[in-house]
Design a protein around this ligand. Sequence first.
Ligand code: CMP
Length: 143
Amino acid sequence: MQRTLVLIKPDAMKRRLAGRILTRLEDKGLALVGLKIMQVTPDLAKQHYAEHVAKPFYPELEEFITSGPVVAICLEGPEAITVTRGMMGKTNGRESAPGTIRGDFGMSRQLNLIHGSDSPEASDREIPLYFSDEELVGSTDGM
Ligand code: CMP
């Protein structure tokens, strides 16, 4: 059983896509173990995107991710990280296959609707940035 951190990004929120994205993830069989709507601060953005902070596109990325509320989600399931990444599609919506979230709803590399942890190391680092232990329910194994 694996956990992953998903964010429904500000562009998806502005476009009122949060419910549809969440429905897809639940329909697939992933279980919600944490869920909240929140504002990402510049400080949290720098921690989340630590590997990108020095890159030329980082200021734009921070401006975007802090531009409005996000839905932070912790999902659980077998191979939850890979399953979620597959459902998201490629970073750039234009290159993302039909049937994926970005492929079906997006045309942009920057405004790409959803974040999902890309490895177990990333989910171990990212989940505590967004959720305290008390905000996560216990394992859904057996549900
Ligand atoms: P994501 O993969 O969720 O997290 C890092 C984000 O940085 C990525 O989505 C894009 O939104 C953004 N990003 C990655 N590469 C570039 C780039 N070359 N130019 C602009 N934004 C980028």
